[in-house]
Write a protein that binds this ligand. Structure first.
Ligand SMILES: O=C(O)CCC(=O)C(=O)O
Ligand SMILES: [Fe+2]
Length: 217
């Protein structure tokens, strides 16, 4: 047997790394569930395909996105917003699997945010070279709830900055199964992802999948 076979079932103890007041990395937290999450993501993408959205400024995002939940995150020439209808399919977004909801709630609680009840899950797909520029997550109606971010597949360098775009940013390597939670005093911290390098993963191939759970409405 090769080490690869054990790769995704080895119960590596979770390690919690505080980043700052209100933000924490939960290493390996989603690792055991990763295969199931990815299967659910595939089913969601059958109904609401990954697409590279246009920014209000008219640029095409390098990251391909879709959503599940009561509302999904949408970007176009009119701006950023949450919408209950997928503009591509014309249908409501696929339901958020119960297991997603539960995972996000457990991660948030571990980071000190009890009772997190996300109504939106934005799913990002990064092909090699895709990136996400520094930004704040601020399209949610209330900022009283944390963001829970689950990383799967290829690893990436996450940037976690300050309250101003120009503040220097920490560089945090995120691996398959790692979860980041930020809320409270850290809720509006700028963050982003450096261009993803190609290092194929056994479960996703040359892709990184990231899920961010939000209480949007
Ligand atoms: O891919 C990531 O790790 C971060 C995603 C993110 O910041 C977002 O979707 O708003
Ligand atoms: Fe974000």
């Amino acid at each position: 047997m090769t080490l690869d076979l054990f790769d995704d079932i080895d119960p590596i103890p979770a390690a919690h790394e505080p980043l700052c007041d209100g933000a924490m990395v939960l290493r390996h937290f989603a690792r055991l569930e990763a295969g199931n999450i990815l299967a659910d993501v595939e089913a969601i993408a059958q109904k609401a395909a990954f697409r590279r959205m246009e920014t209000p400024g008219g640029l095409r995002m390098s990251v391909a996105t879709t959503s599940c939940g009561n509302v999904g995150w949408v970007s176009d020439r009119r701006g950023y917003r949450y919408d209950s209808i997928d503009p591509v399919s014309g249908q409501p977004w696929p339901r958020m699997p119960e297991s997603f909801f539960a995972l996000a709630g457990r991660a948030a609680a571990l980071a000190g945010f009890d009772g997190f009840a996300p109504d939106a899950c934005l799913i990002n797909r990064y092909d090699p070279g895709a990136k996400l520029s520094l930004h704040q997550d601020k399209d949610e109606r209330s900022l009283d709830h944390p963001i829970v971010s689950v990383s799967l597949g290829m690893s990436a360098m996450f940037l976690f900055g300050g309250m101003k775009r120009s503040d220097s940013a920490m560089r945090i390597p995120l691996m398959h199964g790692d979860v980041v939670v930020w809320g409270g005093p850290a809720r509006l911290r700028y963050h982003g992802v450096l261009p993803v390098k190609e290092k194929p993963h056994s479960l996703t191939g040359s892709r990184r999948i990231n899920l961010t759970f939000r209480k949007a409405m």
